[in-house]
Design a protein around this ligand. Structure first.
Ligand SMILES: Nc1ncnc2c1ncn2[C@@H]1O[C@H](COP(=O)(O)OP(=O)(O)O)[C@@H](O)[C@H]1O
Ligand SMILES: [Mg+2]
Length: 596
């Protein structure tokens, strides 16, 4: 089976100059598949068993007609009857065995694939997740691995067995009479052509319908979780219409394709009829001629049909191979992305000292988000970063967490570049309270104890909750700490989520606490309580906080004013109020905001 044969002639002539590029691409298409399976521990023995079983079944398929022929030739011996029975029984048993072994093989292969992908997914850098949608990654781990594991169990083995029966039946026909073989050679190109054309079409059609279907799903998934927004703004009519449009588009594609599919099915039927006619007419001619007897004709009839079905299924198997190249390419995009760099070896636990940004320049993409940023977070003090939104405040915290690496300059703790610390040891020693405080679905206790699983007493959890001013509302729940928070904490209010996130960070008892607008969702009373807590904990750790409200900042030991990727000024509240134009504007703004 040559790959180039698949290409329609016209296409080849029109694009002669691009042919070499395409064949190169084709070779490229195989690479990810091979590359991927080299990374995974494949159940090769089971796969080999699948292949052997399938070939055995192909062998029996080829064997059977020759016995039928002997029966027609008048051989009614007991031995023949037994052999024929054994063949029929053997084929049936093999079908069951293939089904069983291939399914087991597919299950094991899929598990290995999924394990391999998941190991990567849980350790890839954040920059990877910036570029890839979770939904897409989930489908790679579930759907693509299903398709690919099917290929390595049923796919490969049936492909090989198809090729085997194809060649076998042709050779056997040739052995009977060359004219029978010749008649096959005339009709086969017709079957081949129609199988290739329809195979390609079904492949394209399937892709189009899938694309429309996934667009539709994406649309539904983007609207339903935010249905409150739609209702707030009374946009139900618009969303209803949008949804109906997507449904109509999906239907139109499926329907158009069904129409063309009908034409193709008709063409396939015509070819099949021609094929059957050729077999019958050849048979009539040669039997009358006395060249073959009726038994041979029956055997020929059976082989010809095997040949026909092998040819038809070869095309769809080939398309499925292509689909698997696609799956492998998508999967290797995940598995070939380098995991987070972790060359550091130093243990970070309990390390204290000043945290310093030294001439840090950083860009997520093309544009610099931090430009030559230098400042120090003194050990055991509270340092606040303020500035307009988009100034780069959260980015500073991202670099401290080592979610990203600076393009230029470095971040150092106690004079030591932070990348010298072992990554997980480093992160475990930072209490991080993120801007949009994510929670896992699970109980309140699970969430607070997340950073120190299994090592924490109920008293410690309660104490952390108390420090975070969360104890009161937790205890007001019927189930207390065992209350389920819902997906991403959906069953809690914004302020409650925030206080749980704070408790979670406080429980770690780390030497460095970083907060990103951690009190933005809190009412004045809770905020005051948290501030008191922060003051207390800052006696035993260093605090770096991005602050939203200027009154939270006032008491900080040091304030870093960020403006448009750069450090504008550093100082205490009094110093900045006296000297920094931007800072004065910011306190002014806040005062105006507060009176509204
Ligand atoms: N993951 C990201 N990928 C690309 N750009 C980002 C990413 N996160 C933030 N940015 C951009 O970086 C700039 C600074 O963002 P950020 O540090 O979050 O600002 P803020 O001071 O409001 O916390 C913004 O222009 C933002 O659009
Ligand atoms: Mg921010």
């Amino acid at each position: 089976m040559k790959k180039t044969k698949e290409k329609p002639v016209v296409h080849q002539m029109m694009h002669a100059d691009t042919a070499s590029v395409e064949s190169n691409n084709k070779r490229q298409a195989w690479k990810p598949l091979f590359h991927f399976i080299r990374q995974v521990k494949m159940p090769w023995i089971l796969i080999a068993v699948c292949v052997v079983l399938n070939l055995a079944q192909g062998y029996l398929t080829l064997l059977f007609p020759s016995y039928t022929e002997q029966i027609y030739a008048g051989n009614f011996s007991k031995a023949l009857a037994i052999t024929a029975t054994v063949i029929v029984l053997g084929k049936a048993l093999l079908t069951a065995a293939i089904q069983g072994v291939c399914t087991i093989t597919a299950n094991i292969t899929q598990m290995r694939f999924q394990e391999h992908i998941w190991r990567r997914l849980s350790r890839l850098p954040l920059s990877f997740y910036d570029k890839n949608e979770p939904r897409d990654l989930i489908s790679r781990t579930t759907e693509d691995t299903t398709t690919l594991s099917e290929f390595f169990s049923h796919g490969i083995s049936s492909l090989l067995s198809t090729i085997y029966t194809l060649i076998g039946s042709f050779v056997l026909i040739l052995a009977y009479d060359w004219r029978l073989a010749a008649s096959m050679l005339i009709t086969i190109p017709l079957i081949y052509a129609i199988a290739i054309i329809s195979g390609r079409f079904y492949f394209k059609m399937n892709n189009q319908v899938q694309a429309k279907l996934s667009n539709m799903t994406r649309y539904f998934a983007s609207v339903l979780p935010y249905i409150t927004l739609t209702k707030f703004f009374g946009q139900e009519n618009r969303e209803e219409q949008n949804g109906l449009d997507w449904i109509a588009k999906h239907f139109k594609t499926s329907f158009d394709n069904a129409k063309i599919g009908l034409v193709l099915t008709f063409a396939q039927t015509v070819v099949q009829v021609i094929f059957q006619l050729v077999i019958i007419l050849m048979g009539v001619w040669l039997v009358r001629d006395g060249s073959i007897d009726i038994g041979i004709w029956i055997a020929f009839y059976m082989y010809a049909n095997t040949l026909y079905s092998s040819f038809s299924s070869l095309s769809s198997q080939w398309q499925s191979l292509k689909r698997n190249q696609g799956c492998a390419a998508r999967i290797t995009q995940v598995t070939d992305t380098p995991i987070e760099e972790n060359n550091g070896t130093m243990d970070a636990s309990g390390v204290e000292g000043d945290l310093a940004f030294r001439n840090v320049t950083f860009a997520y993409g093309e544009q610099n988000v931090l430009n030559d940023v230098s400042f120090t977070v003194p050990s055991g003090k509270v340092t606040a970063v303020v500035g307009p939104s988009g100034a780069g405040k959260s980015t500073i915290l991202n670099l401290v967490e080592r979610f990203y690496t600076p393009n230029e300059g470095s971040v150092a703790l106690n004079g030591q570049d932070i990348k010298e610390y072992e990554l997980r040891s480093w992160r475990r020693n930072i209490g991080y309270i993120p801007q949009n405080c994510q929670l896992f679905s699970g109980t309140i206790r699970d969430n607070i104890a997340y950073a120190v699983p299994g090592q924490v007493s109920d008293e410690a959890v309660t104490e952390a909750a108390r420090l975070a001013d969360a104890l009161e509302f937790i205890q007001s729940f019927e189930k207390g700490f065992d209350t389920e928070v819902g997906e991403n904490g959906a069953k809690l209010s914004g302020g409650q989520r925030q206080r749980i996130a704070i408790a979670r960070a406080l429980l770690m008892d780390s030497k460095l606490l970083i907060l990103d607008e951690a009190t933005s969702n809190l009412d004045a009373e809770s905020e005051a309580a948290i501030e008191a807590t922060l003051k207390k904990v800052s006696q035993r750790c260093t605090v770096l906080m991005v602050a939203h409200r200027m009154d939270t900042v006032r008491d900080a030991d040091r304030i870093v004013v960020m403006e448009n990727t750069r450090v504008n000024a550093v100082g205490t509240h009094e110093e900045l109020a006296a000297s920094c134009e931007l800072y004065r504007k910011m306190i002014g703004q806040q005062a105006v905001d507060a009176t509204v």
